[in-house]
Design a protein around this ligand. Structure first.
Ligand code: HPA
Length: 270
């Protein structure tokens, strides 16, 4: 893994991916955040050595480099999910690459089902913490100390200071934000009403199929993380409705402008 990471990093550095302030993982329906980036380089995943290639429609596979204001960003347009068949080591490989490109700050985004009765579809939730219920762990197996320690502290997986900063950005823009705990399940099925109930009982506010493995790997390497989730459907007791990937993408798209404004201002000013 170490050697592969270094090879991929060299390939990207040679292409000009240098001096990056923020790595961004764009989740379902949020791929067009790239409209807010003044893009100077784009590379399809299939051209990048050792990169996985995503298989889900609505998850284009492209690495994008450019600027937002004066900040340099690298955006991962299209992420890798456990349910696609990747191991969690494979799915999180791009995060390893980000770190060794010199990136210390990671922004993650996703679409999720809300299980908090105060949530509405289209809400944006700042991820304050997570619950890992994935059936595999990206750090299982021999630990390579060059990446990070065997036992990883997770007491502040999501940077509190960044959350406060985003709350300030949102209040200046008059955008209402939610804040809560994201729980990751393997998918690809959406939850049954009983499972949404379980998610709530476990102490979460939203449920999805991604993000947590990436955050764990980023934390392993000492990165600082900020995450937000677009609530695309609701799994609230007695009111669970049919949900589809199309609906999830549609709702995420409607929130895209709001998310774009928030993230752009956040990146410019943090
Ligand atoms: N459950 C799991 N993943 C999701 C959901 C959901 O309700 N909505 C968007 N991604």
């Amino acid at each position: 893994m170490w050697e592969k990471t270094q090879e991929t990093v060299k390939f990207l550095k040679d292409k000009g991916f240098v001096n990056i302030d923020y790595g961004i993982i764009l989740g379902t329906g949020l791929g067009n955040f790239t409209d807010n980036i003044d893009i100077s380089i784009r590379v399809p995943y299939e051209e990048i050595p050792h990169f996985p290639v995503s298989t889900v429609s609505g998850h284009q596979g492209e690495l994008i480099y450019g600027t937002v204001g004066k900040k340099k960003v690298l955006a991962l347009r299209g992420r890798f999910h456990y349910y696609e068949g990747w191991s969690l080591q494979e799915a999180t490989f791009p995060v390893r690459v980000m770190k060794y490109l010199g990136i210390d700050n990671l922004i993650v985004s996703n679409a999720s089902g809300g299980v908090n009765a105060n949530f509405k579809t289209g809400d944006v939730m700042l991820i304050s913490d997570h619950i890992n219920m994935m059936p595999e762990h990206p750090l299982r197996g021999a630990n390579d100390e060059r990446f990070g320690p065997r036992f990883v502290d997770m007491h502040e997986a999501y940077c509190k200071d960044m959350i406060v900063h985003m709350e300030n950005v949102a209040s200046k823009q008059n955008i209402k934000l939610q804040k809560g705990v994201y729980l990751a399940l393997q998918g690809p099925t959406f939850e049954t009403p009983a499972e949404y109930g379980m998610v709530r009982n476990l102490g979460a506010d939203a449920v999805g199929m991604s993000t947590v493995p990436e955050v764990i790997v980023a934390k392993h390497m000492g990165m600082t993380i900020f995450g937000l989730s677009v609530i695309t459907d609701l799994g609230i007791e007695g009111k669970v409705e049919e949900v589809s990937h199309e609906e999830v993408q549609k709702v995420a798209k409607t929130a895209e402008k709001k998310v774009g404004m928030l993230m752009t201002e956040f990146i410019k000013t943090y």
